[in-house]
Design a protein around this ligand. Sequence first.
Ligand SMILES: [Zn+2]
Length: 191
Amino acid sequence: MDLEKIQFHIKEIIKALGEDPDREGLRETPERFARMCAENFAGIELSNEQIAKIYGKTFTQETFDDIVTVKDIEVFSFCEHHLALMYDMKVTVSYIPNGKILGLSKIARIAETAAKRLQVQERLGNDIAEIITLASGSPDVAVFISAKHSCMTSRGIKNTPALTITSTLRGRFKTEPDLLKRLEVKPYEIG
Ligand SMILES: [Zn+2]
């Protein structure tokens, strides 16, 4: 990530807005903004394969068709269409272990890291599902996400209560809809 370039251009945007980039409150804003980018967009520089490697520690565990669900992982992300915050975002991940189980906190870290990219909610679900599959070796993954999009709530249609819910179903969750009945959480209950 080119932080100096970000600083330069944010200063230009402040000028283009008609503001004075040298007044006290704005003087260090480009630098602060660049630091924020380094943190909030840390997932851009990592591929799904790399994220799977970093957080993919598994433990050998015989399981019997059990479903593991980690519910309501709180993350935030930015929509790529408006560079606007997606907030009140909750991610629920279910998978059927295939002889290996993932550390539960690692599942949360995977969701967080995939969210630190310019995203659309639909692709975030897909990214998380793909990383869980790469890390766990299980093709049977479901990811449910609910979020508010500030590009909807603060501008445009200003429909503040609107919640966007996506369900990403892979492997047996797709081919055996009855499996969803076994989940502790149903997509419509999320959020
Ligand atoms: Zn948007």
